[in-house]
Design a protein around this ligand. Structure first.
Ligand code: BTN
Length: 329
């Protein structure tokens, strides 16, 4: 049985900026109009804004600017309901919380989201600045039962799916920088951190972490991050509805995962990569531990390795590393 808050939110969202009568809500829920009003006050305290008129009812004028679980839940696609969402106010790292939940025996799939992280992590053990509740910090947990070699393209596949989701959402195309950066105008809007535990010949479990800069106030970032990072709000010029974006993201991640496990992703992967890839044809420097490799990127291969024509004209492939785009000479 859906909770009253979910029913009210569903009705309000279905009516957009139109009016929803208090009497109709009361009838639907089998409660009094006063009880409806009490629910509305609870929603107001949670950050929703309404106009209310005795004769017409309630009209939604604004949503909370941070993650609000019922608002995400009411906007989830039917296919997402098998993935419970644990939405926290604050956590050290959603990837770490996901690992703790796994250790406690939580059934997969599930996801952990937080408004803020105190120890958000990026690749190479770097800090992922996670102080703003206006951004998205999420980890999805799966047990794919695939051989480890299959996972080489997992983050790349998820990356292009997230790029397409963002493109559909804001109508501006992001770029993907191999292997895990989502960019606009050369600045980082998102990053992914996939952590898998492997048994002898199978992936035991996999945590897919995503950080997305949505409505953060950029001036609250340290100066160097202000130069390197960008938010979706900066890209579009308007704040985004983070709860609607999150609900869409959950649906897309679950669908992308299903396609990956079934192998049906192969039908679109190369095209999607080509569409969002910002490196093809560009001169780059790839840092592989202490070594630097320079060359022109020609794409990726079937195993997700980056293909490079080096300065001697030799074709090279790299499974890992950090890429910087160089200025063309
Ligand atoms: C990177 O670009 O280096 C990857 C960044 C990944 C950040 C996300 S935020 C949610 C999840 N929890 C973490 O601690 N990290 C990932």
């Amino acid at each position: 049985m859906p909770k009253a808050e979910h029913v009210i939110l569903r009705e309000l969202l279905a009516h957009g900026t139109g009016w929803v009568s208090g009497a109709a809500l009361a009838g639907k829920l089998g409660i009094s109009r006063v009880a409806v009003w009490q629910h509305m006050e609870k929603l107001r305290a949670a950050g929703f804004t309404f106009t209310a008129q005795r004769s017409r009812g309630y009209r939604l004028t604004g949503n909370p600017p941070h993650l609000y679980p019922p608002l995400i839940e009411t906007q989830l696609k039917d296919g997402s309901t098998h993935c419970p969402l644990k939405i926290l106010d604050e956590v050290d790292s959603t990837n770490d919380e996901a690992a703790r939940q796994l250790a406690k025996g939580q059934k997969t799939p599930f996801a952990v989201l937080a408004r803020r992280q105190t120890q958000g992590r990026g690749r190479f053990g770097r800090v992922w600045n996670s102080e703003s509740p206006g951004n998205l910090y999420a980890s999805f947990v799966f047990r794919p039962q695939l051989e480890p070699a299959r996972m080489q393209t997992f983050t790349l596949w998820m990356g292009v799916n997230i790029c397409e989701l963002i493109a559909n959402f804001i109508h501006i195309e992001p770029g993907i920088k191999w292997p895990n950066d989502i960019l606009f105008e050369g600045r980082k809007a998102g990053g992914m951190l996939t952590e898998a535990r492997v048994d002898a010949d199978q992936i035991r479990d996999l945590i897919f972490g995503l950080g997305l800069n949505v409505n953060q106030t950029p001036t609250l970032w340290p100066a160097d991050l202000q130069r390197r990072a960008i938010t979706l709000e900066e890209v579009t010029g308007v704040p985004l509805d983070i709860n609607r974006l999150t609900a869409a993201l959950v649906g897309r991640v679950l669908l992308a995962y299903k396609n990956f496990v079934e192998g049906t992703h192969l039908a679109t992967f190369a095209d999607l990569w080509h569409r969002f890839d910002v490196l093809r044809g560009k001169p780059i420097c790839l840092l592989e531990g202490p070594r630097q490799h320079r060359g022109i990127v020609s794409g990726i291969d079937n195993e997700g390795a980056l293909l490079l024509r080096d300065t001697q004209g030799k074709a090279r492939r790299f499974r890992a590393g950090e890429v910087t785009i160089e200025k063309s000479s």
